[in-house]
Write a protein of this length. Structure first.
Length: 227
């Protein structure tokens, strides 16, 4: 497996019952079961092609009795009877990810542990987690094949966690452990935001609300890069 999938696998607790949503080839559940870390997983995908790949890989690994492939959208493939305690959703936008989680929540189906890797909109994902009584327990920021990924592990709690705007934006644990990849990502984002601000200011009809929001984000990014 690649670095991203290995990092996700490391976030899974021993003995969990896992649902991997958007499983593609089912590499993650196969590795988790083969390593002995878990004994049961559901490999779910909305598309028939990727699920066919997953089924083939599961059979070739001899794990048909421990990994169940399911075709369907988001968490619609999961029921309470499955007793899933850990859901992994990786490689999609944060907005779609929170829609999937929201649909499940509204159907009275929630999970003790969520392991999430949004490829955009991480702040919105953290906001959803906090609003729905999850504690962000672990975060990793990694770089692979020209992409930077933020991985978030959250566990359900009874009392709502309070985070600052900066913690929601950058990640509460990532902020505590700023590494070279953090600086690489946010220096790039700072340049992007400054170019965006220049273009917004050139517009004949200025969107003052948007301009102010970008200015605030630039100040926040500069604050963390210079801290």
């Amino acid at each position: 497996m690649n670095l991203r999938l290995n990092t996700l696998a490391n976030m899974v607790d021993v003995g969990s019952r896992v649902a991997d949503i958007g499983t593609d080839h089912a590499y993650l559940p196969i590795e988790l079961v083969k390593s002995g870390k878990i004994n049961f997983a559901i490999a779910s995908d909305i598309a028939a092609g990727p699920l066919a790949n997953a089924k083939q890989d599961i059979v070739e690994a001899g794990l048909e009795k421990k990994i169940e492939p399911r075709l369907g959208a988001g968490l619609d493939t999961i029921t309470k009877e499955d007793q899933i305690d850990t859901v992994v959703i990786a490689g999609m936008g944060g907005k779609l990810m929170t829609q999937i989680l929201n649909n499940s929540w509204e159907n009275d189906l929630s999970f003790d542990t969520l392991i999430l890797e949004p490829n955009i909109g991480e702040c919105g994902v953290r906001e959803w987690l906090i609003e729905h009584y999850y504690l962000i327990q672990d975060e990793q920021i990694i770089a692979e094949a020209g992409h930077i990924y933020e991985l978030i592990k959250a566990i359900k709690i009874k009392k709502k966690e309070l985070l600052t705007r900066e913690q929601l934006y950058f990640g509460p644990i990532i902020l505590k452990n700023k590494n070279a990849i953090f600086y690489q990502k946010w220096r790039g984002q700072l340049l992007y935001q400054k170019k965006l601000l220049t273009n917004l200011n050139k517009a004949k009809k200025k969107d003052l609300t948007h301009i102010q929001r970008i200015k605030n984000e630039i100040r926040m990014i500069e604050g963390e890069l210079n801290d």
